[in-house]
Design a protein around this ligand. Sequence first.
Ligand code: NAD
Length: 493
Amino acid sequence: MAKLNEATFDSLNPVNSEVVGTFPIHSAEDVYAAVTLASDAAARWADLGHNRRRKILLAYSRLILSEIDSLAEKVTLETGKPHSDAKLEITLSAHHIAWAARNAEHVLRTAHRSPGALMANMSATVQRVPLGVVGVIGPWNYPVFTPMGSIAYALAAGNTVVFKPSEYTPGVGVALAELFEHVAGSSEYFQVVTGFAETGAALCASGVRKLAFTGSTATAKKVAAICAQTLTPIIAECGGKDPVIVARDADIARAADATVWSAFSNAGQTCIGAERVYVDENIADVFTEKVIALAKTIHPGNPETAQYGPATMPSQLKIIKSHISDAIEKGGIPVVGGTQSVGDRFVEPVILLQVPEDSTAVTEETFGPTLVINRVPDMETAIQLSNASRYGLGASVWSRRQGRWIASQLQCGMVSINSVISFAAVASVPFGGNKDSGYGRIHGPEGLLEFTYPRSVVRAKFQLPLPITSFRRTSKVDSLVVKILSVLRGRLS
Ligand code: NAD
């Protein structure tokens, strides 16, 4: 995206603070110009139809996979995550792009509805109409996967997109748009604007028809406030404090292994990562021993060799440390690491036991490689404590027999039974949360429907002898309609 003024910012490698790239700080005027361009292109993109868009998006998915090494390198440089983690993220994103491409036509086809007995002379249909331009604001922790959940689904539904990536990962955002231009033959359908909060705020105020935001709950509230001025609807994909519930009949070894990965991979910077565990007291010792043993084999460091990298955002280090010290001050027991585990860039794994439920390590999103393990007398207590959170994003449940029942009791948007995080990789199910974790959905049919609006079209197949919608209606017609309605009562749909 061209820029009207000269201000720039540097994207830094969080491993060593080296400059990875320099990008424009797009002003409000720049953002409005991008949205105008996208708005002009929206009709052309919509007019291509499902078939042509499907081909372009499938080609995009293939191109992303063939360019996976260079794209993963960009992700690693800007986030500090291991190359193989970056590749996994990109592979899953390509899978979502292909799913959205293949399913948009079917999901968004015109639906036929019953007009009801009173209006039996009408045919009734609901069309799904693209919104126009969709604004997407993304975070840095999964800089391909997370925004692509909005971008690919919005494009597949017939919208153009203006994307503001995180200021920590602008290079990844620009690369995603360049790859799309390559397959679409135009840079106008999917544009990127770079910068900080002000650039994001300008996108919210720009007149986009919907704003798909992923980031912290605090920022989502600011985004919603700006969007309220123009009645711009938003999707808010925000933070979480996801629980792992381990029942007495769980496969303990698998539960421990998956919990450790969920909590510590990507340096704990996963919105749907494990942050707290509620484990049945009958198996708590065995489970905890296994988790501790595994955690001691895991270390952060250079993305080429270590299991996870640095805290991508240096300001998070203070928050991680404060959650650990608050937990310990309130009586929590550090069994792996402690406040000393928080370094200048890297954080070693931290495991805390018996942490009071009012500690910030339990109530707030830590977004670091820390894990609270609290034992519970029964699953009812595990459910009650899981639901006591102000967040409601995802959850993981481990049980051979009670998984579905426990899942049905949880106040959150997504649950994995006997696995962790797997709902994110199943393209056919919606992704999103409730409470402070946000609202609206990406992924799956719901994620396509989010980027359209319903247009009801009813058509008179023949004229009724009773003139209802006419000034010719008489009191005789009125009483006849009442009579017909009472006869049909119960049969009206
Ligand atoms: P953040 O809220 O700091 O920033 C997110 C984006 O919003 C960035 O692009 C930023 O520049 C922009 N922004 C900041 N202030 C703005 C403003 N006033 N107006 C408009 N835009 C503004 O979040 P982050 O640190 O980038 O990401 C981490 C957070 O994202 C965590 O809370 C994590 O849980 C959450 N997250 C959620 C999901 C999900 O799907 N639910 C996925 C990934 C990350």
